[in-house]
Design a protein around this ligand. Structure first.
Ligand code: ATP
Ligand code: MG
Length: 329
């Protein structure tokens, strides 16, 4: 683990058993996260990109101590998270928080704003009622709301305001690490920039490290220093964001980028959009997991797992054909 790493994930697997099936049949499992290894450095925003169902939330939950992995390790601040028990586990867990995709369903509708934001303080204990209220007002002001909102309920707010409440709650105990699981995708486009700017400002003010999960490549490009492109539980391409955008190597990364550029109607370049559906993670394709949708796939791709190829310093790709793209720097 490098000195600068806040989080390190090592060969992480999260599989879910599939119920049912006949007694003599081999038990099946959903391979939601498969052999993921990476580091998130102190103070950075690390992007995780991939289609719906590829395992992003499952991976985030495993990093946050909420989903014990089938195998592999998660280190947070140099400590093996799942080797800790009781109080030690809880204390480390408290330093990691999550902002959810849908602020309405993640906030208890019967609670007022004071109850919602002060709940983590109540659970931790050691705060008087006055201290909790004063801290809640301070947090509300940090996220662009005010004291007048203390006794309103989630249904009284707009989507963007609700997400601000979710952010205030997540930062109430001053965590070192925040997972933002598609924090703007359920919101009106007009408030995306406001919420992202708020997250960026808070990161600077509080010195937090972010894992930012998104479908939106433009957002990841603008705020993330490193990223992973994930497909069906596995990492396809990873490294510094600027290098991946400048020199995408994996056919899946290229297709994702082409899909974004597709909005540009004047661009006459031929688009290679991804065809078909994401295959089932219960019985993922042998060899490269992307082979059923890759226009370049050969027999080797269908039978052999791809090697990890170093494209350039820090930039890696898991593809049988990546070696042809290595720049002789
Ligand atoms: N508790 C569970 N039991 C069984 N399968 C699960 C469970 N949680 C997730 N899965 C499966 O694991 C896979 C990954 O799901 P996950 O929610 O992590 O995807 P995601 O990338 O976050 O998708 P989205 O972008 O839609 O949020 C999916 O096939 C999902 O059905
Ligand atoms: Mg998800």
């Amino acid at each position: 683990m490098s000195d600068k790493a806040l989080v390190r994930v090592e060969h992480l697997n999260v599989f879910f058993p599939v119920r049912g099936g006949l007694p003599f049949e081999k038990k099946k499992q959903v391979e939601a996260v498969c052999d993921m290894t990476f580091e998130i450095r102190q103070g950075e925003t690390f992007g995780l990109i991939g289609e719906s169902g590829c395992g992003k939330t499952t991976l985030a939950n495993a990093i946050l101590g909420m989903r014990p992995p089938t195998s592999g390790k998660v280190f947070f601040k140099g400590q093996d998270l799942y080797a800790l028990k009781g109080k030690d586990f809880k204390a480390l867990r408290r330093d990691m928080q999550m902002i959810f995709q849908d602020p309405l369903s993640s906030l208890n509708p019967r609670f007022d704003v004071l109850d919602i934001i002060s709940e983590p303080m109540q659970i931790r204990g050691g705060f008087s009622e006055e201290e909790m209220e004063a801290r809640t007002v301070e947090l509300l002001e940090m996220v662009g709301l005010s004291k007048e909102d203390l006794h309103r309920h989630p249904s009284d707010f707009s989507g963007g305001q609700r997400q601000r409440i979710g952010i205030a709650r997540a930062i109430s105990l001053h965590p070192a690490f925040l997972v933002c699981d598609e924090p703007v995708s359920a919101l009106d486009v007009s408030v995306h920039a406001q919420i992202l700017n708020l997250l960026m400002r808070l990161q600077k003010e509080l010195g937090m490290t972010y894992l930012f999960i998104s479908h939106n490549l433009a957002v990841v490009k603008s705020i993330c220093s490193h990223m992973i492109v994930m497909y069906l539980g596995k990492a396809m391409e990873w490294g510094p964001t600027d290098k991946i955008y400048k020199n995408p190597v994996h056919p899946y990364t290229r297709a994702l980028l082409d899909a974004v550029l597709d909005i540009d109607v004047d661009n006459k370049k031929e688009k290679k959009l991804i065809q078909g559906e994401l295959p089932s993670p219960i019985d993922p394709p042998k060899g490269c997991r992307f082979c059923t949708r890759c226009e370049y796939a050969t027999e080797k791709c269908r039978t052999e797992a791809p090697p990890t190829v170093k494209v350039e310093p820090g930039h890696y790709c898991a593809c049988h054909f990546a070696e042809g793209c290595v720049s002789e720097a």
